[in-house]
Design a protein around this ligand. Sequence first.
Ligand SMILES: [Zn+2]
Length: 310
Amino acid sequence: MNKSIGIGKYLKKIVLCVLILVMVLLGGCGQKEAVQPELLFQYKGNYWEIYDLSESAIPDREKFEQLTEEYIKDIQELLGLDQWWKEINPDADTLVVTLMITNPEGKKSRAEYCTKGLKNEVETTIVLGGFFLKPGYDGFLAHELTHAMVGPFFSQSLEEGLCLFVQDSVGVKKIFYPGMRDKGVEYWQCFKIYYEHTKEAWESSAGEVYANVTDSIGKEGRGYDFSGQTRTVWQWYSESFVRYLMDQYGKEKVLELMDVGENEASYEQILGKTLEELRADWILYVESIEQEYTWEEADAIEEEYFKIDT
Ligand SMILES: [Zn+2]
C-alpha cells in the first residue's frame, strides 16, 4: 500500500517535470523564431522569357521568390536583425520586392535601400545582371538584399565589406576562393594569398593606385567608384577589414558601429581606436599570417573546382 502511494507521488512529480520542460522548450522556441515580413513580389518584365536563365540559380520565378525569402531569414539571423523594416516604417508588415534583370552581359547587380511604401509596406528594387546569372552564383542576391535591408552606412567601404561578408556566408557557395574553402582552407589563409599577390603586383606596377585603394578602406563617405581589378581589390579588402573588426571586437560591436556610426570619429567612440590605428592593426595581422599556399597553387585549385562544379 505504502509502496504504491510512493510510486504515485513520483509519477506525479515526473509528469509535472516533463510538463514544465515542454513549456520551457516551447516558450524558448517561440522567442527564438524571429518575425518575418510578408513578401510581395513585382516584376518589371518576364525575364524568364527574355533571357535564358535555365542554368542560373534562379531558373524560374518560384525559385527567385523562395531564395529571397530564405536569404532574408538567413541575413536576419546572421546579423541579429529584428524587425528591421519597422525602423523604416513603424506600421509595416510587408516588404515589396521589385525585381529587374538587366542584360546579363557585363552588368553589375545593385539594390535600392528599403524605403517607406504604402501604408503597411516597405519597398526595394533589386537589379540583377552579369555575373549573378552564371551557374551557382546566387550569393549576389543575398548581397543586394543586405544593402536593401541594412544600408546606407556612413562608410561605403564598411557597407560593401558587410554585404560581401554576408554574400560569402549565405547561399549555395562561398564566393571568395570557393575551391580552397571547399577543401577546408579557412578564410584568413585565403585572404593572405590574395593580399600578398595584389600587394606585389600593385606595388611593382601601380603603387599609387594600391595606396589609394588601401587608404579608402573603412573611410567615411561614398563615391568610391573604382572599376575593374581596382574595384575587386577594394571590395575584398573591405570585407577583410570588416571581418577583422568582427574577429577582434565581436560582431555585435561592429554592427553597432555600422548602425549608429556617423563618421570616422565613431570608430574611436565605439571600438576605442581610430580608423588609422585599426587599419594598421589589421594590416599587421594580415602580414603576420603564415602563408601556406602560393598564388599559383591556389589558382590551380580554383580552376579545378570550377571545372568540376559547372
Ligand atoms: Zn554591394
